[in-house]
Structures are given as C-alpha cells and as structure tokens.
Design a protein around this ligand. Sequence first.
Ligand code: NAD
Length: 484
Amino acid sequence: MKKILNYINGQFCEPSSKKYLDNINPSRGEVYSLVPQSTSEDVTSAIDAAAKAFPLWSALTADVRADYLRKIAAEIRVNLNDLARAESIDNGKPITVSKTVDIPRSARNFEFFADAVTQLHGESFRSDQQHLNTVEYSPLGVVSCISPWNLPLYLFTWKIAPALAAGNTVVAKPSELTPMTAFMLSEICHRVGLPAGVLNIVHGLGPEVGPKMTTDPRVKAISFTGSTATGRAIAQNAAQSFKKVSLEMGGKNANVIFADAPWEKALATTVRSSFANQGQICLCGSRIFVEKSIYEKFKAALVEKVQQMKQGDPLQESTEQGAVVSSAHRDKVLSFIQLAEKSGARRLTGNKALNLAAELQKGFFIPPTLLEGLNSEHEVNQEEIFGPVATLIPFESEEDVLRMVNSTRYGLAASVWTQNLTRAHRIAQKIDAGIVWINTWMYRDLRTPFGGMKESGMGREGGIDALKFFSEVKNICLSTEENI
Ligand code: NAD
C-alpha cells in the first residue's frame, strides 16, 4: 500500500511516531494509502529546517524566488492529469472538476504570486523638504499554512505560494483526509530543486500536529482555512505569542433571486453554486432565496435540473456529482437532512435510492438534496452543512430578504440575481459578506481581496493583501537636513 511521507528539510521522512493513519478513497469506502501520524516532534524538525533555510531564501532576489515558483507551476501543469486523478480519488470530486478547476488553479497560484512579487513596489513619501519617509516590506521568517480537504491542492498552494514569494519559509499541513496531492507537491518541489527547508510538509491529525504549528515562538504568522471552530482554537493559540493570523472559515452563503433575474443563467448557475463539488465549496450558496412571484416556477425548473445531475464514479468524465469526503462527513450531512424532515421540511430532490455501480456501494454518496418549508431561523438555515444540501426560501421584499440573508453568524459570500443594477448595488452594499457576486458566481480575479466577515473570516487573502500579510512593514524616516 502506498505510504505518504513527510517532507522535511528537503528529505522524505517517516513520522517520528512510526504510526500511519488510513487514507480512504471516499467513492469506494476503502483504505488505499497511508498517511503519517506526525507529532509535535516532526513539527519541531520542520520548524528547525525552515528557520535554517530562512536566511538563504529571504536573501534571494524576488526574481530568483519567482523562478522557483514558476518551475513548480510548470511541473504541476505537466502532471495535471496525474494530479487531477489523485485529487478525485482522495476527495471524491468529479475528475472534470479536478482537471478544470483544482489543478489548473494550483499552478495559477504559483504563477500569479511569482508575477505579483516581481511587480510589488515600495512606497516613499517626501514629507517636507527635510524628510523622506520610505516603507519597506520584508519577509517575516517561518510561517505556518494549514488547509482543509474540500479544494486540497488549490487551497494549500493558495497559501504556500504567496508565503514563499514574499521570502518566508513554510511549514505546511494539508488535511489528513486529503493528503495525496500535497505529497505529490513535495515530490515536485524536490524535482525542481527547491532549496532544502524552504517548504516543509507535515502530515497528520489537526489536534496532534496543529498546536505546535500555531504556538512555537519561531512561527511568525499562520494562514488557516477550515472550520470556524478550528479557526477559533488557532486564534487563541496564536494570541499567546501575538502571531499574525489570517483565518478563512465557514459560511452559510445566500443566493438571492429576484423576479427579474436573467432566468436561464440564474437557474443554471444556481445548480452549480448549490452543488458543485457536492456542495463542499466554502462559496456554495446553500440558502436559495427566491422572490415569491416566481418561487413556484423557479422551484419546478430547479428541481428538474437537479434531478438530471449524474452521480457516480468520480473518475468518469460524465460524472457531475461524486462522493462526499468521509463517512463522518456523510453522517453529519445526513443528520441535517433528517433534522430538516423532522421539523417539517419537504425534500424536493434526493428522495430516490441511489443507483450506483457495485464498486461504489461502500462509497460516501449523498444525492443532491433540495429542501423547502423551513424558516430562515431554523438550525438547518443557520448552521453550515457543507454538503449537497440547499434550502429554498421565498421572500416578499428587499428588506425581508436582507434580514434573512444577514441573520446567520457567517458572512463569506452571496450572489444576487436581478437585472435592476441599482437594486443590485444597493443590496450588495447591505449584505454582510466579504464577496458579493451580481448575476454570476465564483468568478475569481486573483488580484481581489478574498475573505469573510463575522465568523467566516479574519483578514483577506489574494493579490497584494496576501503578500502584505506575509510581510513585515517598516517605515524608515530619513532626515535630509544638512549639518546634523
Ligand atoms: P477543519 O477545521 O476540521 O480542518 C482544517 C485544517 O485544520 C485541517 O488541516 C486540520 O487537520 C487542521 N486542524 C484541525 N484542528 C487543528 C488544530 N487544533 N490546530 C491546527 N490545525 C488544526 O476544517 P475541514 O473540515 O478540513 O474543512 C471544512 C471547513 O473549511 C468548512 O467549514 C468550510 O467552510 C471551510 N472552508 C473555508 C474556506 C474559506 O475560504 N473561507 C475555504 C474552504 C473551506
């Protein structure tokens, strides 16, 4: 059975515990590889290596660091098919999603920050005739990057690329549920000759590996994406030594459809925004608010489209819905559906038994499920489910829908569908979310700040924000007065 290894100081190594966790293929429900069960001892070795590599890496010019990033991106592109296959086996997502979204974007993350760091300019202010103020950005040192399982390589590299570009050395941990492409990334870094210790990848369980990554005084910043509960624990740990912290956390995003929405686009995009990646994208719209006058018509059209989605083997090109990531996650998602039904919700789709091939019978599949009949205050409409479940809720007025949209503790993203752009802008300004799309969904420009409000996030990733997060900022004020 394939054994994943840690990547520390440029070497592939076993965990100090010599223990491994089972890595399960969610579409088969079977163990298919082993993941190191690392301990704080492994993290200490990784931080030692990163600290040792920092003077060399941070002293390289931005151009040289960018060249390493471009080489990594090129290798990701050359190995796109292998990486996509590995991602789909590990995560359960359809291969077309891995091939067209996850892996190309992982390469793009390195390319984008390679370009960005070579274009970053400092600032200077001539304050008066005698004083010149300059602003310098310098790398922080060792930083920790911790990522979740839903977009494994995509989100892992979204943190690592800017951290390295800005001149930091990194200790990174992928989710224990989806470690394979992170391991393949360590092989790529090795092949392109990234200097030892610049990127260290430690695998294992969050509560066993995470605390050392987030408390060691040598770690200067933590970039985390995952659940709000883990984000809170990390912020508490980090506060002890005042580390910089960027937290991208849970969401309960709203999709608001007014009667004048561009019908076909709103419908097709709602199918995607509710169920892409089995609803396991932090940006998925899990609450669909539809203006009352078109509610029944929109519901009928949506139900029809969702029922047509093809669920099955993630490795088949025709599959639109794969498996959810784990049996524990499947049970959590199903418990929300049961709770909804117990509370009187109607299940509009996902009622029929799944028609799966024999080899998928033990897999963790949930049909895309639309529910209606719950008020917006119900737990199912307040808590993050993070699976193929979306609720439909009618609304009567703009005020009515704004109140419901903003009623959760989350504030990551929203989509608004209307051809009245005055209204679209007005409502976008009032929605508590870090990103509001108007008549589109998940269109991302990597230069824009990405992140959430309220319990969805602290700080912003992307573009200059990410490079600034991974930098120390210093103001130097020079007096140019003569005779001093
Ligand atoms: P999670 O919080 O369980 O785990 C995320 C990562 O943190 C994993 O690598 C895990 O091992 C690690 N971890 C767990 N406990 C830790 C600890 N005590 N210290 C340090 N690290 C620890 O989240 P998940 O289940 O992997 O991911 C799903 C969640 O991620 C959802 O809530 C989803 O909304 C969120 N998410 C948010 C965004 C965003 O950009 N806002 C993007 C993707 C996913």
